[in-house]
Design a protein around this ligand. Structure first.
Ligand code: ZN
Ligand code: ZN
Length: 269
């Protein structure tokens, strides 16, 4: 099988990182070299995800600088106190940019006791989903310890088939069945390789290949054996190998399918 191929915009590579944060200060010392080294390691492209207006702008700037980088603009649940109709209007403007391919990341995060109140997180999540529906772009969903409410809101807001992804999916195989029935996507990163990842492994086994994508969430979530180190897209093959093992498929098949899914999901030609 071919490891590289060329599309209209001349992007080459084996894998697509659907969720990165190359704007993060962890990359301040070597951002450009790091991005280029990921490219050399087989990264076809990546979507950098904003967490508020400022970081969304940074992601747009990176996308303007590199043809193989794209951006998502949105308000993360941990930043939900920044939510306001005016803040949403500013994100709406960013969504007009041709390289902003999704809304996000957004969702619900009930992990930290002192994060934004749940009612505000929900209001923010719904406003971000509304932007996604208006713009026709997909929504990147962050769901941490908030499975029932996240699913409830996506259903209530009638997010269309294929227009949402649960990033770093951490729900059960049972919940995955319901997400599959709505035709929404899942992406997996380094957490799939962790020793205690039994639940994620069971879920990944139950999800059809057509709904799976790869991600890093870098600089966080480095896969085993690099757990705890700064993560980069060059580590995606470690996740792909784990997924290949779970699915009983060759790693090339995982690269091929997840890359095709990502290009389809983000409508990247
Ligand atoms: Zn997240
Ligand atoms: Zn993230």
């Amino acid at each position: 099988m071919e490891n590289t191929h060329t599309s209209e915009n001349n992007i080459q590579g084996r894998f697509f990182d659907t969720h990165a944060h190359y704007n993060d200060s962890a990359f301040d010392g070597d951002r450009e070299e790091m991005i280029e080294s990921c490219r050399a390691a087989g990264m076809k492209g990546a979507v950098n995800c904003g967490t508020d207006y400022g970081t969304s702008l940074e992601c747009v700037a990176l996308a303007e600088k590199h043809d193989f980088l794209y951006a998502a603009a949105g308000i993360h649940p941990e930043e939900a106190l920044k939510y306001s109709p005016a803040a949403i209007d500013r994100i709406r403007e960013l969504l007009k940019h041709p390289k902003v391919v999704a809304v996000g990341e957004t969702g619900l995060d009930y992990y930290y006791e002192d994060s934004a109140p749940r009612e505000i997180q929900k209001e923010n999540f719904i406003a971000n989903i509304t932007l996604a529906k208006e713009s026709g772009k997909p929504v990147i969903v962050h769901d941490r310890e908030a499975h029932a409410d996240t699913l409830e809101i996506l259903k209530q807001e009638k997010v269309p088939e294929g227009r949402a992804v649960f990033h770093c999916y951490s729900g059960s195989a049972e919940m995955a069945k319901e997400i599959i029935s709505h035709g929404w996507f899942f992406s997996f990163g380094g957490a799939l390789t962790f020793k205690n990842a039994r639940r994620a492994v069971e879920a990944a086994a139950a999800i059809p290949l057509e709904l799976l994508m790869l991600e890093t969430d870098c600089p966080y979530m480095a896969p085993v054996p690099l757990r705890g180190q700064r993560n980069t897209s060059a580590n995606i093959p470690l996740v792909a190998e784990k997924l290949a093992e779970i699915k009983g498929l060759g790693v090339d098949k995982i690269f091929e399918a997840t890359t095709a899914n990502a290009l389809l999901f983000f409508n990247i030609k």
